[in-house]
Design a protein around this ligand. Structure first.
Ligand code: NAP
Length: 345
């Protein structure tokens, strides 16, 4: 490992105890030492995810091997050192990718095959906003087998994952529709590629008629459900025959009552997915697919992350509070180095 320029300690956002945003404290921690096939990355930017909030509350423990008290699932940064057998990236390479935790810190060590090369044209802020939302959305569309010409309904469409899914659905020729509880967010997201949107602020009653009106009576072919709970039952009624539902999140509740007869009759597929608990081999495959199929679209500007706010690491507690407020459209980024912070749209 080339340690000459790497400090022994670094700043990390530490969950001092389970609780609200104020339990996050910036503390000094030992800089990780990269293992055999790992690279050490100087993190320039990361972003917030719901898992960080749940972990802070004590409701989502980090998986084995990830730091128990430092959140952060994604990063964009520079390779600064290698483990003894890591040879894929030179020092100075710009990379981005996922970890199971610990990215809200100045340095992260991770397997060299779990990152992708970041386009030279992309800012650190944009890079930090990409991996979790775009890998989750891409992987879910793949699992659903979403094809050109098919309709894809995305619940909580103004979320980070939701807006990545809109663009990735479009990129494969599918037609994205979306829901949000906030009417004002629909105004913001419609110009971002959504074919049509439905505000659920008055409840879910009008959703099925709206979907049928938007799909010439067929229903949607694919749903990416980021919220779960009561949405699942209504979604089943909104599906076309042989439709595929991918359950990605449970913001609206982790339990649902569904009409099994409709699932049978329509021959629906319902599957759940999660990235964080995947094995190393699975994470390598995810990173390879991301590098092959998503990064080229980012590089030529065909898709891009939507960023709501940017906070320096010192203010990561404010980033937690903002995400919890449910007022955001797109990603909340956390920066570790001094890049000029862009204004919110
Ligand atoms: N399975 C995985 O591997 C994976 C990976 C990443 C994310 N996720 C999940 O995907 C979801 C979205 O994540 P994100 O980081 O993109 O979220 P985000 O940007 O924080 O946005 C979430 C949005 O969901 C809406 N929402 C919150 N509570 C809701 C409720 N009770 N009912 C309906 N809508 C609600 C809010 O918008 P409005 O109320 O304005 O609509 C909120 O802004 C989360 O559930 C997250 O846990 C899963």
């Amino acid at each position: 490992m080339n340690v000459s320029t790497v400090p022994r300690t670094m700043r990390a956002a530490v969950i001092a105890r389970p609780g609200g945003p104020d339990v996050i404290e910036l503390r000094e921690r030992p800089t990780p030492i990269p293992d055999t096939h790992e690279v050490l990355v100087r993190v320039h930017a990361s972003a917030m995810n719901r898992a960080d909030v749940l972990q802070r509350m004590g409701r989502y423990p980090a998986p084995r091997g990830a730091p128990a008290d430092v959140p952060g699932l994604e990063l964009a940064g520079t390779v600064v050192a290698h483990g003894p057998a890591a040879e894929r990236w030179p020092v100075g390479a710009r990379v981005f990718g996922l970890v199971a935790g610990g990215a809200h810190a100045d340095y992260v060590a991770l397997h060299e095959d779990t990152v992708a090369a970041m386009p030279g044209t992309m800012s650190w802020v944009d890079g930090g906003a990409v991996p979790e939302a775009f890998i989750t959305a891409f992987d879910a569309l793949e699992q659903a087998g979403a094809r050109a010409g098919e309709t894809v309904l995305i619940h909580a469409v103004a979320s980070g994952v939701g807006l990545a899914a809109v663009q990735l659905a479009r990129a494969r020729g599918a037609v994205p529709l979306g829901t949000t509880r906030t009417t004002a967010k629909l105004e913001r997201v419609l110009p971002l590629g959504l074919r049509g949107g439905f505000a659920t602020d008055q409840g879910l009653d009008g959703l099925v008629p709206w979907v049928l009106a938007s799909t010439e009576g067929r229903g949607v072919d694919v749903t990416l459900d980021l919220v779960g709970g009561p949405y699942l039952r209504t979604t089943i009624d909104a599906m076309a025959h042989r439709g595929r539902i991918v359950l990605i999140g449970t913001l609206a509740g982790a339990e649902a009552t569904i009409a099994l007869g409709v699932v049978l009759y329509k021959r629906l597929t319902i599957r759940g997915t999660v990235l964080r608990s995947r094995t190393l081999d699975e994470r390598k495959r995810d990173a390879a697919a991301f590098g092959r199929d998503v990064v080229p679209l980012l590089a030529r500007g065909a898709i891009h992350p939507v960023i709501d706010r940017v906070f320096p690491l010192e203010r990561v507690a404010d980033a937690h509070a903002l995400v919890e407020s449910n007022s955001t459209t797109g990603k909340v980024v956390v920066t570790m180095t001094d890049e000029p912070i862009p204004q919110a749209p």
